[in-house]
Design a protein around this ligand. Sequence first.
Ligand code: ROI
Length: 173
Amino acid sequence: MTVKAYIGLGSNLGDSFQFLQNAIDALQQQPEISLTSVSPVYQSKPQGPQDQPDYLNAVVEIATRLSPQTLLQCTQSIEDHNQRQRTGERWGARTLDLDILLYNHTIINQSDLVIPHPWMCKRSFVIYPLYDIAPELILPNGKRLQSCLADCPNDDLTILDRELLWQSEASEA
Ligand code: ROI
């Protein structure tokens, strides 16, 4: 069965735009993942600990036949191939972070994987790009994404005028 999933991308170390582009390229190369939409890239101050560089963030929509756990392994492998250091520090700076935000309407509560992503509605750097590509989205709890957006201050988000490159393969999903 093919499901629609959303993945949040973030980076605030090194050439962050290139790391986001690397993530897009790597997702496109997975035979069981089709990219169906890519948001603009947003720049923002770090939420949480402030003693780290500004972030670039984006959200992608995919169609996939991978299970949530296999998708997680795939996203972690992409992070590992992009100089991601796993120091155990939770809110620290990173070259590349891929978070599975939504997997159809599935709710998952496992020790290593919680979907919907628990803080997504509080994170403007997730909600704004997600809304750009899925304005009609309804979350598994029945809440409209539009209503999350209305409750989420824009903080200092700015859209870069540079876009991530990708090729739509929606028909191959
Ligand atoms: N802040 C921003 N703006 N973007 C992120 O991707 C991000 N990721 C994090 C924390 C440290 C919570 N803050 C962030 O993990």
